[in-house]
Write a protein that binds this ligand. Sequence first.
Ligand code: UDX
Length: 444
Amino acid sequence: MKIGVIGTGYVGLVSGTCFADSGNDVICVDIDEKKVEKMRNGEVPIYEPGLNRVFDRSIREKRLSFTTDLEDTFQKSDIIFLCLPTPPGADGQADLSFVLNVADQLGDLFNKYPDYKVVVNKSTVPVGTADKVREKIAAKTDTEFDVVSNPEFLREGAAVEDFMYPERVVVGTRSEKAAKMMKTLYEPFVRSGNPIIIMDERSSELTKYAANAMLATKITFMNEIANICERVGANVDNVRRGIGTDSRIGKRFLFAGIGYGGSCFPKDVQAIHHTAGQHGYDFKILDSVMKVNESQKVSIVEKMKKHYGDSLKGKTVGVWGLSFKPETDDIREAPSLYITDALGKLGVKMKAYDPEAIETFKEAATEDALNNIEFASDRDAVLDGVDALVICTEWNEFRRPDLENFTKLMKEPVLFDGRNLYDLERAEEAGITYISVGRPSVNA
Ligand code: UDX
């Protein structure tokens, strides 16, 4: 099939590349000339495991190309994906100006080249956006076209795998013609039998928000269970195993920690809460989810205050991990931003390391954090001479260090682990003071 992808951000680039890999001809269009030039030269503008390989292959086999020319892309495509930014607007609702502006241009192009095409919304957009896009285009043309909602469920760090082997594909359209084209497009990705679920546009748009809000709620619920564990002397790992084996609950997304972050959960929870409010419904559970997550992000600082009292000021603390989760350099809404800000404000000096996210962190961190932080070139260099270590991200290289190193390299082997990486018994044997989330403290 001939596919046009408008917008080469995270979603557009991954989708375009993976569609090309499954044999389609894909043109990606972006207004950023420099970025287009770079991609033409084979440079992938984001860090995403596995993307480079598929990207290089698709370019080499001439199925993937990049341009700034929307008109040419339009003419050559049967399906046009809108993968445009929808940043949170001032009122907490997603800003649709990029999407509607492009829809307006598409209206003119449909008029000029009157062939049937399908326009697909892939960005996360408020319920009702497909209707708005349809109205914008229809205002300019009588040409037959369809607008489809097709939300993505990609996880950063596993986006290529998620795209290639989706557990489900959701397609929102009431047009049989468009549904047939979308099925043809996605069938190669669901050969294992996973479903392509066709529904109306509004349900499809809401599905994306419901999925992310449910997952954020699941995590938050476990974070609250962890907070109770700490108070009653229970261990959240045991509780997690105890409930996760119930297939109605499921094993995944039950890991307590220092709160969810990233570009999706915080934004989408806020957006669906806002949409509900606009329609006169108070989505109470999400109110609590947002409040609990905010305090969870700095819960580790509260633990440090409790452990050290006034002597926390003036300490030097190591920080392992800055990105909001492993395998990405994405720092958006990362707990590390809040933790380093709070520690900086308390007059704590910090030494930090992350395998990918130091540069992005520098762009996003607060002054209070940056004025008090220096960066180390590797994991162990952080430990050298620090009074304590805070673990913010569960990168693999932090999972299996020689626990003796903490005793050897740090001034005091005191660990505040926001990701529950180590076994309590091993920490005890190694003589480490180990304070984690929802589990009994060790040697504290
Ligand atoms: C998420 C959704 O998973 C994806 O389907 C959607 O399209 C975009 O949003 P992503 O933001 O990449 O993907 O990250 P994900 O792996 O889902 O983790 C989100 C956050 O939850 C992270 O901050 C992570 O640390 C946290 N988390 C996840 C937990 O705290 N505990 C868990 O058990 C799982």
